[in-house]
Design a protein around this ligand. Structure first.
Ligand SMILES: [Zn+2]
Ligand SMILES: [Zn+2]
Length: 556
């Protein structure tokens, strides 16, 4: 039973003040003796971040590793990458059960199967709407509408009070897959008493309510019916409701659906196994595309974010082995462009248009809706749940502060804004009490590296201003044993006057060396440092940029 000193605490370790990388922890106990429950372990994509060579950004789980004995499990709210994408990398470090609903578990399994060397992840499958306990936490799933099947909010009941962790959600009266936001359960929580609401802020800047998935389906049906040539639709593979809308639109237009792209194949298969496609006719394999008449086919493609290796980019470049498009065909972008991907998406779209293909996006037609709540939906949830405390998460600073404003206006007594790594006490008496280690790590090739590590920063510098490497051979007396040798990498060959950069480097090295007092010439570190400075200054003078410079002094 709860002793008088028990506290309920919350800390975001990712996802606050940034897009993606969601990871939250809840703790029960006191002082430094707490039991923890983690919610979501997501990634963020590096495309927008100017991190050369880095594919993914993961949350730093140092703190949870230290506290592993006290960590009772990880609950995954849904199978979007920003919520479960870091599991394969990080689950081996945490070695605790992962709780997920059947669709999320199936996607995770398929993902592991496609990654060589993926670990065995101890998944416990919880039915949709189910309830289970993990340590002192009694967790009940609440079905929420979103842009993927089986999105769950969590009611976390503890001896110190009850929290609603919303995960990603929206209110959609007609979500196509039947997974409407469970208003009754949320209202019942309000009646039971909700201490704190930890909620999605993504669309808090937008007024009104999100359009419904059914409205998108209607537009897709009209567009596909009106098309005369081939139609390709691209969307996130995990958006099964959207795949279904496309399949239904195709059926209404007497067209067959061909699935193109690995991620799309995977979801099509899992969706069938779990019965998510109802009585829709089966999808056709990719090779059917070649022999179906143009007005009898719809291709469902991966590549909505402009990914160069995904199906749509390859089709646009006429590099796809089975699927081609030509003048008079139509491509529908049934997805939002994630910030940072605009250029890549634009490149594919322009390529398609240049070939005479019509491109339809959500800028002109309702072919996509967001899976996140707009302001009126956020207000409605607050009115159902009536939390005493609200903490905005999942969003950048602007989204979080708008969410906070909505909550204050709706009369939530205590609205707390926090940063990643803040340890917030929810009960008794809400407030910021401490900080825990938080941060980011990079997936760099096969390795995970600390975001503070020099390698990535070095690479960024290299990509901007190149590098000079200098090798000097010194005798015992502090004289040059031979001419120094140089390598200039990524540096212009000549300056404006036509002089060779190589010569300027040589002059700088010789001049510096000769100006050094004899005593210093015998000190390799002093020589290296002086040479390095003068080389960077010399190149900067001619080029306007300071390259990296490495000086290797050899004593012979
Ligand atoms: Zn999501
Ligand atoms: Zn999300």
């Amino acid at each position: 039973m709860a002793g008088p000193q028990q506290e309920l605490v919350f800390a975001p370790l990712g996802g606050v003040g940034e897009i993606g990388m969601n990871l939250s922890i809840y703790g029960i106990g006191s002082g430094n003796r707490r039991q923890w429950l983690a919610v979501d372990v997501g990634v963020s994509f590096a495309a927008e971040e100017h991190l050369p060579g880095v594919d993914l950004i993961l949350p730093d789980v140092r703190y949870l590793e230290e506290e592993r004995k006290n960590l009772v499990g990880i609950v995954i709210t849904h199978a979007h990458e920003d919520h479960f994408g870091a599991l394969i990398e990080l689950s081996p470090r945490l070695k605790v059960p992962v709780y997920a609903t059947p669709f999320t578990a199936a996607l995770l399994e398929a993902k592991c199967a496609s990654e060589p060397g993926a670990p065995e992840i101890p998944v416990k499958v919880i039915p949709v709407g189910g309830r289970f306990s993990a340590g002192p936490f009694d967790v009940e799933l609440v079905t929420m509408a979103h842009s993927i099947p089986e999105a769950n909010a969590l009611i976390i009941r503890t001896p110190c009070g009850t929290v609603l962790h919303t995960g990603d959600w929206k209110i959609d009266p007609t979500p196509l897959l039947g997974d409407r936001t469970d208003e009754a359960k949320l209202r019942a929580l309000g009646a039971e008493g909700c201490l704190a609401l930890i909620g999605d802020s993504t669309n808090s800047v937008r007024d009104g309510r999100s359009p419904s998935e059914a409205d998108v389906a209607k537009t897709l049906t009209e567009l596909i019916k009106a098309a005369t040539g081939r139609v390709a639709v691209t969307t996130f593979a995990s958006n099964v409701a959207r795949l279904r809308a496309v399949a239904e639109a195709a059926r209404a237009a007497e067209r067959e659906v061909v699935v193109v792209g690995r991620a799309m194949d995977r979801v099509a298969l899992i969706g069938r196994e779990l019965g998510l496609f109802g009585n829709l006719p089966p999808f056709r394999p990719m090779d059917a595309y070649g022999y179906l008449p143009p007005n009898k086919v719809v291709a469902l493609c991966t590549g909505s974010q402009g990914e160069p290796r995904a199906a749509l980019a390859r089709i646009a470049e006429d590099q796809h082995p089975e699927v081609t498009l030509s003048r008079g065909d139509t491509v529908i972008y049934s997805a939002r462009t994630i910030p940072g991907n605009e250029k890549a998406v634009g490149r594919v779209i322009n390529g398609l248009i240049e070939q005479g293909i019509e491109v339809i996006t959500d800028r002109t037609h309702l072919v996509h809706v967001s899976g996140h709540p707009r302001r009126a939906e956020v207000e409605e949830l607050i009115s159902w749940v009536k939390p005493r405390v609200l903490i905005p998460v999942h969003g950048e600073a602007l989204h979080l502060s708008e969410h906070a404003k909505i909550a204050r206006k709706a009369g939530v007594p205590e609205v707390l804004q926090c940063r990643n790594g803040d340890l917030v006490r929810l009960a008794p008496k809400a407030g910021l009490i401490d900080e825990v280690p938080a941060g980011r790590i990079y997936k760099d090739g096969r390795l995970l590296v600390d975001a503070q590590a020099r390698t990535v920063a070095d690479r960024r510098r290299l990509s901007f201003a190149g590098a000079v490497s200098v090798a000097l051979a010194l005798t015992e007396k502090g004289e040059l044993a031979d001419d120094p040798s140089y390598d200039l990498i990524g540096i212009p060959e000549r300056d404006r006057k036509g002089g060779f950069m190589h010569d300027y480097v040589h002059e700088a090295v010789m001049g510096t060396f000769e100006s050094l007092p004899r005593g210093k010439r015998r000190d390799p570190d002093a020589v290296a440092e002086a040479v390095r400075r003068s080389v960077r200054a010399a190149v900067n003078e001619r080029w306007g940029k300071k390259p990296m410079c490495h000086v290797h002094v050899l004593e012979v």
